[in-house]
Design a protein around this ligand. Structure first.
Ligand SMILES: [Cu+2]
Length: 225
């Protein structure tokens, strides 16, 4: 639903509200001159709130949603405003927006999640009727097909790897002390001071692991489509 901003009754406080404001403000009239309890006016500006300029992987949703804030002429957030999201560069090839149409919340915010397609550059606009659209961009890369981690005294190097679903991470012990790779109860490499451990990742997600022998010795495997 698009609010009817042309209806004057919606913009003006009711007689009761005015009476309350007058009673409340009293001697504090100056302090109340920019009363934030007034209902916001019609949308005047769409501004970028977050998510712009990410680089992520083909056929994966961006980690951070694109978001905008809609405000009135006095910079107050306007709820219930329709925001249309559109892919203007990089459409097709599996790219999509969820949702494609959104409505601003009580803080005047609306958001969408872009799933990257085959294109390397994606450009997305957020449009509110009658206002200048806001433009977001994202770059799509090809995920690494495998990754290697060195198990050192006492850290994993690198402590974060990204790979594609069904690929394998290769850990190689490169220190002198005993260490292990543990993803949770019942899932661990041997505790050893040399050798290797491989694990294939068959589901998309973020998988944190530790060495149970050394507090703070931890890493994460990020698996994408
Ligand atoms: Cu360790």
């Amino acid at each position: 639903m698009i609010p009817d901003w042309s209806a004057p009754a919606r913009r003006l406080p009711s007689a009761n509200n005015w009476a309350r404001r007058l009673a409340y403000c009293g001697l504090l009239a100056l302090a109340c001159s920019s009363d934030s309890t007034q209902p916001p006016g019609p949308p005047a500006l769409v501004a970028k709130a977050g998510g712009d300029a990410q680089t992520w992987y083909h056929n994966n949703a961006l980690p951070v949603a694109f978001s905008v804030t809609v405000t009135d002429a006095n910079s107050r957030p306007v709820p219930g405003v329709r925001v249309d999201w559109a892919i203007v560069t990089g459409s097709g090839g599996g790219s999509s927006l969820t949702p494609a149409v959104d409505s601003t919340d009580s803080k005047g915010m609306a958001a969408t999640v872009l799933t990257l397609g085959a294109a390397s550059v994606h450009v997305v606009t957020a449009t509110v009727a009658g206002l200048t659209p806001v433009t977001f961009s994202a770059n799509a890369a090809t995920p690494p097909v495998r990754d290697s981690v060195a198990v050192k005294d006492n850290f994993f190097q690198p402590d974060s790897v990204i790979l594609q679903v069904n690929d394998t991470v290769y850990w190689t012990w490169a220190g002198s002390q005993n260490h292990n790779v543990t993803f949770g109860p019942g899932q661990a490499s041997a505790t050893q001071n040399s050798g290797t451990y491989n694990k294939q990742f068959t589901t998309v997600g973020k998988f944190a692991y530790t060495c149970t022998l050394h507090a703070g010795m931890k890493g994460v495997v990020v698996v994408v489509n």
